[in-house]
Design a binder for this molecule. Structure first.
Ligand SMILES: Nc1ncnc2c1ncn2[C@@H]1O[C@H](COP(=O)(O)OP(=O)(O)OP(=O)(O)O)[C@@H](O)[C@H]1O
Length: 478
């Protein structure tokens, strides 16, 4: 249940951090446009108060923020949090059509263009949101379904910030890198982690990450906390400077968004022997992350292919249904999808005693040795020629082969939904023939993909996750 005192605590905390910073001369944000100390950030946030008041926004009317890794974008988000203005982040790597669509779906009367540093009127009549005290609405990009506006309350953000401070092994005065677009909620780990710890947020624009000097810039900024999807990190493993004696300040790796494989952790251990490696899990619908665990050497030695996703955040619980679906209960669960009552009825549950919402994740999981495990999505089970096949089981078998670091298996279906064949995509030192032969030693023949495509790196979507839609399209043309 949300109490007014919790919301008051968040308000007080934000005022103290942003308007009266104790560490004014320390760097707060380094963005693609400029760098701000905490004092400059505070002054910027103060200016925003005036800018928001000229907009004459009624309470509970959202603002869309449009840009890409600018310090001013982050400043706008912090200001919205301070002034209780629900914000909707849209990255400008998406086409303008997506911006328009999101403005219409949310009836936002203005969007802020962080590139141009100005507000643009959308011409739409402002409508109050049904929900009060919303922190943000995040439109998922839909890699596991259709894009939906996930509404997250201020109480969830406060709960999440406190958890970030206590359970994510953040060093004192952390320097947090952010590679994720602000419209992907992974970015909230560094963005809110910075606010929770008075750290330094280093924003990395897409073109910088692709450039030659990116790791040199992380070194120069003394980045100490890496936050990304596992796939994003895989792609950096081959860079010669990606190692502890070059990036000597890097002490913590936080992974979320996809399965973290043992292969990646082992590789990182060799490159960064002293660093802590954390696996965190959660859907956007439960405020960024719900579980976390530091990966130990014992976990790597266990015979099970999977690594645990850890323990629940405070004020939440995980229910595992008879058919192994993970249901998240607690303060972190969204208020609902914007304007989608049918979806809300399908995905949300209510516990009257605790006054908690529950969210049916569609992920499968179990508990072992007191740790939670996520074993893939419940839609990853398919039927082919009458055989029941767990796609993630084949992926895990592939990842267990030495020389394979990334692997995705996709079922190729006919128009009527019947599965025709399986295609696997992987980065591998082994040949297609070798892979098939090795898989055939442990899997029944119908589970060995008929097509194995070996790639230098698997393509990523704008969120830094493996782009399954693109791979699916590619498999169809082969
Ligand atoms: N540590 C993890 N291990 C395994 N799977 C994970 C982990 N963290 C997240 N996931 C997967 O990612 C899903 C949440 O992803 P997210 O909320 O980012 O959106 P999505 O459904 O992938 O859509 P989109 O990426 O398009 O926004 C989880 O439900 C789970 O399937």
């Amino acid at each position: 249940m949300t109490t007014n005192s919790e919301l008051q605590q968040l308000n007080d905390y934000l005022r103290a951090m942003l308007l009266d910073p104790q560490n004014g001369h320390q760097p707060a944000i380094t963005g693609s446009d400029k760098s701000l100390t905490w004092a400059q950030l505070g002054a910027g946030v103060f200016n925003w108060s005036a800018r928001f008041s000229t907009l004459k926004l009624a309470a509970n009317v959202p603002v869309v923020l449009y840009g890409h890794q600018q310090a001013e974008f982050a400043c706008a988000i912090y200001s919205c949090l301070l002034h209780n203005i629900p914000y909707i982040p849209v990255d400008n790597i998406y086409p303008v059509e997506r911006l328009k669509e999101i403005c219409e779906l949310s009836s936002a009367p203005f969007y802020y263009d962080a590139q141009q540093c100005c507000f643009v009127a959308t011409g739409l009549p402002a409508q109050e949101l049904e929900q009060r005290d919303l922190a943000y609405i995040m439109f998922t990009s839909g890699s596991t379904g259709k894009p939906k506006g996930v509404q997250i309350g201020r109480e969830s953000v406060w709960n999440f910030m406190q958890w970030l401070r206590s359970d994510f092994s953040l060093p004192a005065n952390p320097v947090l890198m952010n590679h994720a677009v602000f419209s992907f909620d992974l970015s909230l780990i560094p963005l809110l982690g910075n606010l929770a710890t008075a750290g330094h947020l280093v924003l990395n624009a897409k073109e910088d990450i692709a450039g030659e000097n990116w790791l040199a810039s992380l070194k120069q900024e003394k980045v100490s906390v890496w936050v990304s999807t596992p796939s994003f990190a895989y792609q950096k493993l081959l860079l010669p400077e990606f190692r502890a004696d070059y990036l000597s300040d890097l002490k913590v790796f936080i992974f979320i968004g996809e399965v973290l494989s043992k292969a990646l952790v082992k590789h990182l251990r060799r490159l960064f022997p002293e660093a802590k490696i954390l696996n965190s899990y959660g859907p956007t619908e439960a405020t960024v992350a719900t579980t976390v665990v530091e990966i130990s050497d014992e976990m790597l030695k266990e015979s099970c292919d999977l690594l645990p996703i850890g323990h629940m955040m405070p004020h939440s619980e995980m229910e595992i249904t008879a058919d192994n679906e993970l249901i998240i209960w607690g303060k972190n669960v969204m208020r609902g999808y914007l304007g989608l009552p049918d979806e809300n009825a399908q995905k949300l549950l209510w516990n009257g005693n605790k006054q908690w919402r529950g969210y049916k994740t569609g992920d499968l999981g179990h508990v072992r040795n007191n740790y939670l495990y996520c074993q893939g999505r419940n839609d990853s089970q398919i039927k082919m020629n009458g055989y029941r096949i767990e796609i993630h089981e084949i992926e895990n078998r592939l990842l267990a082969l030495s020389g394979i670091s990334e692997a995705v298996v996709l079922p190729l279906t006919k128009k009527d939904g019947a599965v025709l064949r399986l295609a696997a995509f992987c980065t591998s030192k082994l040949s297609e023939k070798e892979i098939k032969a090795t898989l055939a030693q442990t899997l029944p023949s119908y589970m060995v993909p008929s097509q194995i495509v070996i790639m230098d790196a698997l393509p990523l979507n704008p969120n830094g996750k493996i782009d399954r839609k693109l791979l699916d399209a590619q498999a169809r043309t082969c």
